[in-house]
Design a protein around this ligand. Structure first.
Ligand SMILES: [Zn+2]
Length: 262
C-alpha cells in the first residue's frame, strides 16, 4: 500500500509533467465511451486504451456482469449504465471480458461459493442469460454488425474467415470452442497429458468468457435507454476479450461470430 500512497501523492506533479490538463475537468465530463470490465486487478481499461482523465466512463464488476434492468430491483450497475447512456450520451459501450477470469471460471467449474454467498448470488444471476444469448445470437449479431460496421475500426480488417481462427485460440467462436471442449472431454484417452487438460481448460474458459461477454451485450439491449439509442443509430456496442498474459485485445466480429485481435 505504501508505494501506492506515494504514487497518489505524486500524481499532481506527474500529471503536470505528462502535460495533462486537469483543471478543465472541473467544468464537467464528456466521455465518449462506457467501458464495462471485470474488477480483476490485471485488467486496467485506461491503461489498455491509454485513456486520459475524462475519456473513459468505467463500470467494473465481478465478472463484468451487467444485471438485468429492473426498477423493482435497482442496482448501482444499472444506474451507472443509464447515466452514461442517457445523461453523458456516450457514443460507445465496450463490454470487455478477460482470460483467466476467476468469476467466469467459478461458473464454468461450478465452484463451491458457500463462503461468499453474495458473490454466488451475483454470478448465478448470469447463468440464465447464457442461454438467452444463444437463442438470440442471430438478432444480436445482425444488430451489432449494423451498428459497429459504420463507426468502429476494429472490425474493418480481416475477412470472414482468414484461417487465423485455429481451434484453441481466442479467435474462435464461443460456440466452436465449447463444442471442441465437449468433444475433447468425450473422447478423453489415457495418453492425454496434464498439459492437454490444461489447454482444454483454458480453451473452455476462453469460450465461456466470450459467450459471457455476448450475454452481457444482450442484457444491455434490455435497457430502455440503450434500446432507444441503438434504434436511432447513436450508440454502438462492442464485445472485447482481453488476454491478461499477453496484453492482446480481441474484438467480437458479429459477421462471423469470432473474436479477432484489434
Ligand atoms: Zn474477471
Amino acid at each position: 500500500m505504501h508505494s501506492l500512497i506515494e504514487h497518489a501523492r505524486a500524481f499532481p506533479a506527474r500529471a503536470d509533467a505528462d502535460g495533462w490538463h486537469l483543471a478543465p475537468l472541473a467544468a464537467g465530463q464528456s466521455p465518449q465511451v462506457l467501458f464495462i470490465s471485470c474488477s480483476d486487478s490485471r485488467v486496467i481499461p485506461s491503461l489498455i486504451c491509454r485513456a486520459l482523465p475524462g475519456e473513459l466512463f468505467e463500470l467494473r464488476t465481478a465478472g463484468n456482469i451487467v444485471p438485468a434492468y429492473s426498477l423493482d430491483r435497482p442496482s448501482g450497475e444499472a444506474a451507472t449504465i443509464e447515466f452514461a447512456v442517457q445523461v453523458l450520451r456516450v457514443n460507445d459501450i465496450v463490454v470487455c471480458g478477460h482470460s483467466h477470469c476467476g468469476a467466469v471460471g467459478a461458473l464454468v467449474r461450478g465452484d463451491d461459493l458457500t463462503t461468499v454467498p453474495a458473490l454466488a448470488r451475483w454470478l448465478a444471476d448470469t447463468t440464465a442469460e447464457h442461454d438467452t444469448a444463444e437463442h438470440t445470437s442471430t438478432e444480436h449479431d445482425t444488430t451489432e454488425h449494423r451498428t459497429t460496421e459504420r463507426t468502429t475500426p476494429e472490425h474493418g480488417t480481416g475477412g470472414p474467415d482468414t484461417g487465423r481462427h485455429a481451434p484453441g485460440t481466442p479467435q474462435q467462436t464461443a460456440h466452436q470452442a465449447t463444442h471442441q471442449a465437449t468433444h475433447t472431454t468425450a473422447d478423453d484417452t489415457s495418453d492425454d497429458t496434464s498439459d492437454d487438460t490444461s489447454d482444454d481448460d483454458e480453451t473452455a474458459l476462453t469460450a465461456a468468457v466470450q459467450r459471457h461477454v455476448l450475454a452481457q451485450l444482450d442484457r444491455l439491449r434490455g435497457y430502455p435507454a440503450v434500446r432507444t439509442r441503438l434504434a436511432d443509430g447513436t450508440l454502438t456496442l462492442h464485445g472485447w476479450y482481453y488476454q491478461v498474459h499477453t496484453g492482446t485485445v480481441y474484438a467480437h466480429r458479429p459477421c462471423d461470430g469470432t473474436f479477432t485481435p484489434l
